[in-house]
Design a protein around this ligand. Structure first.
Ligand code: ME8
Length: 506
């Protein structure tokens, strides 16, 4: 049986349209999913939409729609974008689906049955846009500490989750599992937060109606984060534990932005503890994108729309830039000039040129029929070794979610390929028929190194890799074996590759 790998993105709110931040997390999860499939895993990749709560209700009122009409309309934009971006998710969960609503009610009831959800009364400062209550001391200058907007005092009857009860158990879990929360700096922040003391959490609202009612008391709506987080198991069919839930839970990694780490590393694990379910293996919080040095916001009108970038630069250039430009886990800045720079140097120049030069020579010198390698010289063995080492390095970096380092390692092999051409000078070898065997070996090594490179790159740049592999005459089924040197067989048909990435003149 194949080992399993379950990866998720946040489920995005439908009161906002998709932008580069949403694309970022989703592309990263896609790379992970595609890579693990290459490595022979049985992968389940989940994304979806968060459709309940006051924010969506308000946005719908403003738009003159019902919340469901709004959700139906906006969810299509997310789904269309994922299609364009080549996202290979196995499932898309919407929190308005019956499977989700049933699962959430069931878990809420289970935890209530165990006495860890109880009815009480709440009075505190509430930030409507963030749907979060804050204590007096958490406010900054009387405003929401997350978004800096005004808060209002709210008093309501509420169900509470006994989160305080799980403080020590959660801390012990974090201590015992150093990789549970990543990156490390974020883990330390969460540990400090928990040590300040966990209060019981209000998990129902009576101030609006768009959501899942509390079982047995439908004056109350289940708190949107309780509802949303549970998607990670309702999508697997929970409470039915036999199917996908039994197969894929606990999740290998929840990929999220740093804005929602507390929900994923404090609330969610304690809900699961209360329900008696296993905890996620890893929660990884990546950094935040700004745009040309500024926070992305509707009011600044600087929100980067991924469709517009894809139209202009192509899907793989966008995927590449997002994961190459900024180390995963750190904050980054989006700028058009940086994107154009990456496209022209890394894509058009390095990888694109290498493939078109190499395939053109194979066509010119061998009529497009891949020759066999005969005797390998040191320089050939060095290229082979570099390629093989890259495969191992990439594996390690991907396990660490170090996508930019993985790409860097791949690009080192691409540079080595370009240098190999300069050093071996195939055009000089071609002048003398006595060098025919030598030329054959050079061509084989050059093309095989790129075959492996594009094979592994298919996780990052699926459209480009498919074109490249086709021109390298490689059309075998995807399997881990494809990473090994020697995959290309003599006699394969090589066709001259078109420019993979046109240069951008601006
Ligand atoms: O928080 N930089 O949904 P959301 C990087 N529904 N990533 C960004 C980003 C930016 N500037 N802006 C958004 C929610 N993101 C909840 C989640 S999960 C059970 C419920 C990405 O639509 C990043 O992944 O506000 C962030 O965590 C997510 O979008 C927030 O999406």
């Amino acid at each position: 049986m194949k080992p399993t790998f379950y990866v998720t993105t946040p489920i995005y709110y439908v009161n906002d349209v998709p932008h580069i931040g949403h694309a970022y997390t989703t592309v990263a999860a896609d790379v992970l999913a595609r890579y693990k499939r290459l490595m022979g895993y049985d992968v389940y990749f989940l994304t979806g939409s968060d459709e309940h709560g006051q924010k969506v209700e308000k946005a719908a009122t403003t738009a003159g729609e019902t919340p469901l009409e709004l959700a139906d309309r906006v969810v299509k934009r997310f789904q269309a974008l994922w299609e364009r971006l080549g996202i290979s998710h196995n499932d898309f969960i919407r929190t308005t689906q019956e499977r989700h609503k049933n699962g959430v009610s069931q878990i809420f009831k289970d935890i209530m049955g165990k006495g860890d959800i109880y009815l009480g009364e709440y009075e505190d400062w509430y930030c409507t846009p963030c749907e979060t209550f804050w204590t007096e001391t958490q406010l900054i200058d009387g405003r929401c500490p997350d978004c800096n907007r005004p808060v209002e005092k709210l008093k309501e009857e509420s169900y509470f989750f006994r989160m305080s009860k799980y403080q020590e158990q959660l801390l012990a879990h974090i201590e015992a599992n150093p990789d549970f929360i990543q990156p490390k700096s974020k883990r330390n922040e969460i540990i400090s937060f928990i040590k300040e003391g966990l209060r019981d959490l209000s998990v129902s609202r009576t101030t609006f109606s768009w959501g899942i009612p509390v079982p047995g008391n439908d004056r109350h709506i289940i708190y949107v984060w309780f509802d949303a987080l549970t998607n990670y198991i309702t999508a697997l069919g929970y409470p039915d534990e036999t199917g996908n839930y039994g197969r894929y839970w606990p999740v290998d990694v929840h990929l999220i932005g740093k804005d929602i780490l507390r929900f994923h590393s404090v609330y969610w694990p304690t809900f699961l503890m209360a329900a008696g379910l296993p905890l996620p293996k890893k929660v990884f919080a990546h950094g935040w994108w700004t745009v040309e040095g500024q926070k992305m916001s509707k009011s600044l009108q600087n929100v980067i729309e991924p469709n517009m970038l894809i139209d202009k630069y192509g899907v793989d250039a966008v995927r590449y830039f997002l994961l190459r430009e900024v180390p995963f886990g750190l904050d980054g800045d989006f700028s058009h000039s940086a994107l154009v720079q990456r496209i022209n140097s890394d894509l058009a120049n390095d990888i694109g040129n290498l493939l078109s030069r190499s395939t053109a020579m194979a066509v010119k010198y061998f009529g497009g029929i891949l020759p066999a390698a005969t005797e390998m010289a040191d320089i050939d063995l060095a290229l082979k070794q570099k390629t093989e080492e890259m495969v191992a390095t990439v594996d390690k970096f991907i396990d660490e979610m170090a996508f930019s380092k993985a790409l860097q390692a791949i690009w080192e092999v691409i540079s080595a390929g370009n240098k190999y051409i300069d050093d071996t000078a195939p055009w000089a070898l071609a002048k003398d028929p006595a060098n025919r065997d030598r030329l054959a070996t050079v061509m084989y090594c050059l093309l095989e190194s790129q075959r492996i490179t594009h094979f592994i790159l298919s996780a990052f740049l699926p459209t480009t890799a498919e074109k490249a592999l086709a021109s390298l005459g490689w059309n075998e089924a995807v399997s881990k074996a494809g990473m090994a040197w020697g995959g290309l067989s003599a006699g394969a048909t090589i066709t001259k590759a078109e420019a993979l990435f046109p240069r951008i003149e601006e």
